[in-house]
Design a binder for this molecule. Sequence first.
Ligand SMILES: Nc1ncnc2c1ncn2[C@@H]1O[C@H](COP(=O)(O)OP(=O)(O)OP(=O)(O)O)[C@@H](O)[C@H]1O
Length: 304
Amino acid sequence: MTTSILDIEHLSKSFGHKQVLKDVSFGVQAGHIIGLVGPNGAGKSTIMKAILGLFNYPEGKIMVDGEVVSPTSHQSMDEVGALIEYPGIYPFLTGYQHLHLFSKKTTSDTQVMDIVRKLRMDAYINRKAKTYSLGMKQKLGIALALVNNPRLVILDEPMNGLDPQSNKDLRNLILSYARSGTTFLISSHILSELEKLIDDIVVIDQGQIVYTQSMVTLESGSKKLLAFKTSDDVKASHILAQHGYQLDKSGGVSVIENGQNQMADMINLLTGNGINIEDVQHVHNDLETILLNLLKDDQVKGSK
Ligand SMILES: Nc1ncnc2c1ncn2[C@@H]1O[C@H](COP(=O)(O)OP(=O)(O)OP(=O)(O)O)[C@@H](O)[C@H]1O
């Protein structure tokens, strides 16, 4: 049975006259990693702040683990860890002192040092935070979000300022927490990193949820192509089309895979017609392409 740990229903929010969230609804299954994505200013951080009970919202309901969250009611926040925008860091405390300051009585030193080690912060954890680089501060912010082993973790752009090794460490850390049941809601513009992590995606555009889906469904529905580079692309396209293969309009010699067309048959067909094949690749749409298409469709619909 799947249990929901976060439910947002019909949430709306305005800043002055500007409505930034419009009837936002989505749910998050416990133990899942959710990617919240969308263009700059779409409303991602605003949703995350609302979940943390950081401001009043005139319409809608947010429930964390069955409990309503608002600025005056945030008991369930005990089980939530978060990094929103910039980590709140005291310059004259060391990283280690930060982690101790924010850890609960039930959090052991072993747990603290385990996160420090997994994020490779050992070399500077006893230095004052004012000496930290952007990426070091970011990692401290992530460590603070995780230190009390929360059930729900909200991370706004956690990959900001991280080098490739740190991104990999963060990915492994998130996956290991998720395996033991922690739920993550993560916003990021680094879609190539995000797609290695997430189970489900929620897409927001101009304050409205335009798409929610599991990554499995999203990827299975996306187009898969076989892209050929040949000695004569015009002739190759013509011959393939003549033999009933469906070509993609994206250009080059790209055949849409349908589970029945065999690469070997196409190669034989082309070489049999005197065409040399220089390269052939399976091309799958990545999250960036899928997302750009979704947002393009949304803007087209919005302009009608
Ligand atoms: N305190 C505020 N006062 C006025 N407007 C605000 C405030 N906070 C956010 N906004 C506006 O709300 C909209 C959504 O902002 P939000 O920070 O949620 O976007 P985002 O999706 O997180 O964007 P980004 O990807 O750039 O971080 C923007 O138009 C922003 O200007």
